[in-house]
Design a binder for this molecule. Structure first.
Ligand SMILES: Oc1cc(-c2ccc(F)cc2)cc2cccnc12
Ligand SMILES: [Mg+2]
Length: 214
């Protein structure tokens, strides 16, 4: 029977990456996507920008919206300080099942908590379910029509504090116009656009970094 792309990506990780070595997992996925099949990971070019923001923020708590196959999950977690926690939300159960195995292969199971279901359902439960007061960093990389409602929901739930950083993927391609309009015009955020390219292509895309001002 036919395998799925996430299954073929996991097979490439298990074939080419070293267990317990997150950077080799990242490298194996990028190699698979460049040489075999395109896939919607943030990728190596935007991934370097992501790395620099994670390193600068040095977050104790991270929320990732949209896990897919855990490429960015592993990339972020590999840069976190020892007691830091990353919670990643994935809507699609098949992607979640693959992501869990990629996270396990990278040996990052104790830093990462993968939660299945709609982000809109889980954001209001972060305090009661995971004991999280606020997030130091949020990486938005899920469905583009959810960026704005989920950002407003995080504000309403008090999950952002003065200095919390939101980093959003795909603000050009596929594009998140309503989110960009809101965040760039809101007096409550200071935003910066990092121009780059859609993963593994020459098409323009970029990341929008926004600091919550409280
Ligand atoms: O980085 C991403 C890229 C795309 C994408 C798909 C098809 C295209 F032709 C172009 C871009 C979709 C995403 C959906 C969710 C999170 N990230 C995505
Ligand atoms: Mg993306």
């Amino acid at each position: 029977t036919q395998t799925t792309r996430p299954q073929r990506m996991l097979a490439a990780v298990q074939k080419s990456a070293t267990r317990g070595d997150p950077r080799s997992v990242v490298k194996a996925i990028d190699q698979f996507c460049r040489q075999k099949e395109w896939a919607m990971n943030v990728g190596d070019e935007k991934g370097c920008i992501l790395d620099s923001v994670v390193t600068e923020v040095n977050p104790a708590t991270v929320l990732e919206l949209g896990t897919y196959c855990a490429y960015s999950t592993v990339r972020i977690a590999s840069l976190l300080p020892p007691d830091a926690k990353l919670i990643t939300l994935e809507f699609n159960p098949h992607n979640a099942a693959i992501a869990r195995q990629v996270i396990a292969w990278a040996g990052l199971g104790d830093k990462i908590q993968l939660v299945e279901g709609p982000s809109g359902d889980w954001i209001p439960k972060m305090k009661e379910k995971f004991g999280i007061e606020t997030f130091d960093l949020v990486f938005l990389d899920h469905w583009k029509d959810r960026y704005l409602p989920d950002t407003k929901l995080m504000e309403e739930c008090g999950l952002l504090r003065k200095g919390s950083v939101l980093l959003a993927d795909n603000v050009i391609c596929p594009g998140t116009p309503d989110y960009l309009e809101y965040i760039r015009n809101s007096p409550r955020y200071k935003s910066q656009y990092f121009r780059s390219h859609l993963e593994y292509t020459k098409v323009e895309d970029g990341l929008e970094k926004s600091v919550f001002l409280g």
